[in-house]
Design a protein around this ligand. Structure first.
Ligand SMILES: Nc1nc2c(ncn2[C@@H]2O[C@H](COP(=O)(O)OP(=O)(O)OP(=O)(O)O)[C@@H](O)[C@H]2O)c(=O)[nH]1
Ligand SMILES: [Mg+2]
Length: 298
């Protein structure tokens, strides 16, 4: 019996959801960083083996309260995506403490009626005894179908996760051909790569207020892609930080991004970056739409 369906990855910000998805499919598609709220959309990837096809949906970290309209959008993405799940992977930090944010997630998942697999991530940072304590603390929080301890970063116990998902998926067809890893387009992924490099290079309050827009994306030849992109920021003072002394910061972001985009396209890449200020864009419906965060499209 061939199985297929959606496995939705949820959890608090920064627990390693996108890292887990990338390591399960064996390719880096979703961007990751040590900053909360790195993921802003629903990122779809595909895993296929002889037993079935799993369509992964990575989601923004779940928060209880939004600070602005972008935050509301992120909450909407997670909630709606749970509705599409055949199985939910709930990812947590390796801690026995169950906080209010976790309780909120537990309530939502219980209400959804979806089968839930609990995944304790980052076990590379703890010992076996601690892992046993964590499982003991969490096992009553929801009616979990399974509890698995993993390290997404080190690819530990990835097969166990795949097997557990396959057990929960219904019988179904091959939705995508077996070579497919993602349907996301290169233009969107390029924007995400630039945002990732900015998140990683900048510190503290600047990254949260950044959006990236691709202005032009041209395949000039088989061997050359020319891209112009704008980094949008909400404060004039942040613009200077993003550009850096003598343009050094922007140059670093551009060099790091170009390397990854070249790997993705398999061509050389000319990347030109601009920085623009758009005051309070995170609270403007029309700006959010322009930057790809459109509630109506959810
Ligand atoms: N030590 C360790 N770090 C990990 C592991 N998995 C992820 N991380 C780190 O945790 C941080 C967050 O990872 P992400 O994958 O971006 O987390 P996320 O849950 O997608 O975050 P949001 O999209 O912001 O909700 C990154 O710095 C990762 O390198 C792991 O298994 N072990
Ligand atoms: Mg993420």
């Amino acid at each position: 019996m061939f199985k297929s369906g959606y496995a939705v990855i949820v959890g608090r910000p920064n627990v390693g959801k996108s890292t887990l998805m990338n390591h399960l499919i064996g390719q880096k598609i979703a961007i990751t960083s040590n900053r909360p709220q790195t993921t802003r959309g629903r990122i779809e990837t595909v895993y296929t083996n002889e037993r079935g096809q799993i369509i992964f949906l990575d989601t923004p970290g779940m928060i209880r309260k939004a600070d602005n309209k972008l935050g509301e959008y992120l909450i909407d993405v997670s909630n709606k995506t749970i509705g599409d799940a055949d199985v939910v992977l709930w990812l947590i930090e390796p801690s026995a403490y169950i906080g209010k944010g976790d309780q909120m997630i537990a309530e939502k998942l219980t209400k959804s009626g979806k089968p839930v697999i609990l995944i304790i991530n980052k076990i590379d940072t703890i010992d076996k005894k601690k892992a046993a304590e964590i499982i003991e603390a969490w096992k009553g929080v929801c009616r979990f179908k399974d509890i698995i301890a993993v390290s997404a970063l080190r690819s530990i116990n990835m097969d166990e996760v795949i097997n557990s998902i396959m057990r929960e998926l219904p019988e179904g067809p091959l939705y995508y051909d077996e070579e497919t890893v993602t349907q996301e387009n290169m233009r969107d992924i390029a924007a995400e790569i630039i945002r990732e490099k900015a998140l990683r290079a900048l510190n503290e309050e600047v990254p949260h207020g950044i959006a990236v827009v691709i202005d032009t994306f041209k395949e000039r030849s088989d061997d050359l892609t020319a891209i112009e992109a704008s980094i949008i920021t909400e404060k004039e003072s942040h613009k200077g930080i993003i550009i850096g002394k003598g343009g050094a910061m922007l140059k670093k972001i551009g060099t790091d991004a170009r390397r990854d985009i070249e790997e993705m396209t398999g061509t050389r890449v000319f990347l030109k970056l601009f920085v623009k200020v758009r005051k309070n864009w995170r609270d403007s419906e029309s700006d959010l739409r322009d930057y790809g965060y459109d509630r109506k499209k959810l």
